[in-house]
Design a protein around this ligand. Structure first.
Ligand SMILES: C[S@@+](CC[C@H](N)C(=O)[O-])C[C@H]1O[C@@H](n2cnc3c(N)ncnc32)[C@H](O)[C@@H]1O
Length: 450
């Protein structure tokens, strides 16, 4: 691989006698992984039906390596949201955020949603996840991944941290900042990143990182955890940033994470000798099977209280939704219903007032009111199980009808008239409507198999 001299010199200074070992890692193949989505299936059940050759990622209980010749994104189980494809070192930040069901979590730099989908699974539908990206175009992929994985308690927004300072003051007990960075850990996986590295100095990223961190305390509750991560090796975007943050924020300290399986300490010599940064984690490609990452876990300890009151408002959905449930489902849908522009949602408990913020999605989108009818959404299908629907058409993963359905084509099968949940091996893919001998396809156009 052709790497810029200035980068190589920097790595020599950083790695000293490990430099050659690090450089040799560029000759290895890229490392690829998938993470089982436990909102849909347990790891144990997945391993029973798994069609790939997998080996365990040591630092993530749901993470697996797959072989270079496998194509898990082309399998029907991917389209049923049974797993998310994620580079293995990128699985660590959400693991060490220690999310528990019921937490109030912010994922600030979230698109396309690798860590958000991991956090969503850990919340198990309880609590709230506000997931944000500054780029509106990137929130589309984020939203799709939230829906595909069946996450019901996420609010997807498009903004910057200042937008949340008022509405979510001291609200979150877990915050992840997976910061924009110079991406030096991506060179092996995506050599085109080298060009963008050459165009943009690391100082441009470190300014953005400092700016984000200078405002994060406003949204953190008294007793809370902050994880900062990057996929770059550059200390000015890693240890130095954490050192600067700790100097400015006396309520915070770094948290020790057990470092086994090749996880290494942060480098204090590049942070004015600040020993606190040694508790940070470096994932080096020559020390473990991963492309590379930096992760800092910080704990805030102060007695600030969340300013958010629990609004105990219950809205009733319109009759046409109740009729849809009665006619088509075997289950009841519970939660706080909210109607926004003829769309019906269930919003997470304790949802803050996000007035003035560009909200892309407010929780679980159930569907749309069309005149006197209710039309269910794709997100609704992805948040159900096959047992919830009165009419199910179930294909096995090697049935050609699966691809036909994912391509948006009409399928010839006979079943009872009405809304039907189309499944692969009992895992929902989306809606169709049985009419005569055909299933009219409601798989959304932007999701279709190309
Ligand atoms: C490293 S990527 C995030 C990857 C993501 N966490 C994942 O796991 O899939 C960084 C993201 O931060 C976004 N970003 C850049 N500056 C930001 C800012 N000031 N506030 C919020 N997001 C920002 C970028 O658009 C980009 O999508």
């Amino acid at each position: 691989m052709n790497l810029p001299k200035i980068y190589l010199d920097k790595m020599k200074e950083l790695l000293k006698d490990e430099y050659d070992e690090f450089m040799n890692s560029y000759n290895d193949g890229k490392i690829q992984g998938l993470r089982v989505n436990t909102l849909k299936i347990s790891v144990e059940e997945f391993l029973k039906i798994n069609p790939f050759k997998l080996t365990k990622v040591p630092w993530c209980e749901t993470g697996f390596y797959y072989e270079e010749n496998e194509r898990p994104a082309k399998h029907a189980y991917y389209h049923a949201g049974l797993y998310y494809i994620q580079e293995p070192s990128a699985m660590l930040p959400a693991e060490v955020l220690h999310v528990e069901s019921g937490d109030r979590v912010l994922d600030l730099c979230a698109a396309p949603g690798g860590k958000t989908t991991q956090i969503g699974a850990k919340l198990k539908g309880e609590g709230i996840l506000i997931t944000n990206d500054i780029k509106h175009s990137r929130t589309k992929a984020l939203l799709k991944n939230v829906e595909l994985c069946g996450i019901k308690n996420a609010i997807v927004i498009n903004g910057v941290i200042e937008d949340l300072n008022r509405s979510c003051r001291h609200f979150f007990n877990k915050v992840l900042i997976d910061a924009p960075c110079s991406g030096e850990g991506m060179f092996r996986k995506d050599p085109s990143m080298v060009k963008s590295w050459e165009r943009t100095p690391t100082s441009e990223y470190s300014n953005i990182q400092k700016d984000i961190l200078s405002q994060v305390d406003e949204v953190m509750s008294g007793d809370s955890r902050l994880v900062y991560s990057t996929c770059t090796f550059s200390p000015d975007e890693n240890e130095e940033i954490i050192h600067g943050f700790l100097e400015e924020n006396i309520d915070y300290d770094t948290v020790e994470i057990p470092k086994d399986n090749g996880l290494m300490d942060g480098l204090s010599e590049f942070a004015h000798g600040d020993k606190r940064v040694e508790k940070c984690i470096r994932l080096w490609p020559h020390k473990l099977k991963g492309e590379g990452h930096f992760v800092a876990v910080l704990k805030k300890d102060s007695d600030e209280l969340s300013k958010i009151k629990n609004k105990d408002k219950k809205h009733k959905p319109l009759e046409s939704f109740s009729k849809f449930v009665e006619d088509n489902l075997n289950c009841q849908i519970h939660g706080e219903f909210r109607e926004i522009n003829e769309n019906l949602y269930i919003v997470p408990d304790n949802m803050p007032n996000l007035a003035g913020i560009r909200v892309v999605r407010s929780g679980w989108l159930l569907g749309k009111y069309k005149k006197n009818r209710f039309e269910p959404s794709q997100a609704f299908a992805m948040g159900l199980t096959w047992k919830d629907a009165k009419r199910v058409v179930n294909f096995s993963s090697d049935d050609p009808n699966v691809i036909k359905y994912l391509k948006g084509e009409t399928i010839n099968v006979e079943s009872e008239k009405g809304w039907t949940l189309v499944c692969v091996d009992n895992y929902p893919l989306g809606w169709a409507k049985q009419m005569g001998n055909t299933l009219k396809n409601y798989y959304p156009a932007p999701w279709r198999w190309m």
